[in-house]
Design a protein. Structure first.
Length: 403
């Protein structure tokens, strides 16, 4: 089978996802176009150099609706003969775009792809697309639907994680992210976003709070306690599904959950012939990809079974992996991953994660693949695994190997 290689990975800085955020003036199409232009310029692409642009995006409504991928191609400097495909696997959309592109190449459907994603959460509110699992009573009742924050608290309750453990992970995420920026670890991949006059809009992740400590987090109230215990009483729904739980321990709040931000990211993927044709050297091969469905109520445990699946399919063990990127949707997601595999925390999210820098839903999967590759190169390591939990109960993973 043809091998799929990563030739480049770029991303925007992550801006605060609110009206005063630095990237708020840009639409999803405009920010996507800037990232696509960077891939084109950095790699000297011309003409219909790639087979397709596969672009993840979660809230596909309004200015993020239609086939955003094709709109982004037309707004960019890419050749108009390059088509575009928008996809949605919730939080793993950017990763699924990469995985789909890699598997297209492995199957012989073209030599090169640009894959990634975007989310402008400050402009298009999460949930504004009216997802059926949340708004259709027949489906919500069948699946014992609860919001993701409740799911994160169910994980904490089921697996015994405390508020202090969650807060400590959050503080460490902030510390690592601040150190990564201070040491220039993101310099290879993060684009400076400029306006039409060439003035800098944003050149670093804006959401970070590097001074965060346990005392500051300890003062925050649990974010999902009221909706769980009072109105509309989601805890009772959860305990119908899990009657062995006497109560839900609400430990998550804004400080130990992922931040709402704007951002975009892209990965350039191709076979060996693509690299030769464009004079590019591969940085990594995509060894394997995986996706899986899981319990839709607890919802966020997918990184564990999908990691088990990708390791089994690859004939590998957890100890074979040098570094991990586990999306920090909520602290309990990462704590559960570390618990399940007994992995050294120093090998997980080395440069911080979405708790510190934010989680632009459709882009995050591509972001963490690029971050993982950069860190493998920095540490001169070989194998890395990126994985995310996904709404409605799914998991996705990508296994990469430096070349």
């Amino acid at each position: 089978m043809t091998e799929a290689f990563i030739y480049d990975a770029v991303r925007s800085p992550r801006g605060r996802g609110r009206p005063d955020g630095a990237l708020h003036e840009l639409t999803a199409v405009a920010l996507s176009a800037k990232v696509l232009n960077a891939v084109k310029e950095r790699n000297g692409l011309s003409g219909p150099a790639v087979e397709d642009v596969i672009w993840g995006n979660v809230t596909q409504v309004g200015e993020q609706g239609g086939c955003l991928a094709r709109s982004a191609v037309l707004a960019s400097d890419l050749d108009e003969r390059i088509p575009g495909l928008s996809i949605n696997r919730f939080c793993a959309s950017g990763m699924e775009a990469v995985n789909l592109a890699a598997n297209q190449i492995k199957g012989g459907a073209g030599h090169g792809y640009i894959a990634g994603g975007v989310e402008m959460m400050g402009r298009v509110a999460m949930g504004s697309d009216g997802a059926a699992i949340a708004v259709d009573p027949s489906l919500a009742m069948k699946t014992y639907f609860v919001p993701q924050g409740i799911s994160a608290d169910i994980i904490a309750t089921e697996y015994g994680f405390t508020r202090d453990q969650a807060d400590a992970l959050a503080v460490e995420s902030q510390r690592r992210a601040a150190m990564a920026w201070a040491e220039g670890r993101f310099a290879k991949s993060v684009l400076t976003i400029r306006d039409q006059n060439g003035l800098t809009i944003l050149d670093r992740d804006e959401y970070m709070r590097p001074g965060t400590d346990m005392q500051a987090l300890g003062a925050l109230q649990p974010a999902f306690k009221a909706m769980g215990e009072v109105m509309p009483g989601f805890d009772k729904v959860a305990m119908m599904k899990y009657p062995h739980l006497e109560r839900i321990n609400h430990i998550h709040h804004a400080g130990n959950s992922s931040g709402i931000v704007d951002g975009a990211a892209a990965v350039l993927i191709g076979d060996a012939a693509f690299g030769k044709a464009h004079g590019l050297k591969p940085r990594a091969r995509i060894r394997a990809t995986a996706k899986i469905g899981t319990d839709p109520t607890i919802m966020l445990t997918g990184p564990v079974p999908v990691t088990e699946k990708i390791l089994h399919d690859s004939g590998m063990q957890i100890g074979d992996i040098d570094l991990f990127e586990v999306n920090e949707a909520f602290a309990s997601v990462v704590l559960r991953f570390q618990q399940a595999f007994d992995v050294d925390p120093d090998r997980v999210n080395v440069n911080g994660g979405s708790i510190a820098m934010g989680h632009p839903l459709g882009a995050t999967g591509a972001i963490i693949i690029g971050t993982l590759l950069d860190e493998l190169e920095r540490q001169n390591k070989s194998l890395g695994l990126a994985t995310l939990c996904i709404a409605s109960g799914m998991g996705a993973a990508t296994l990469i190997e430096r070349v």
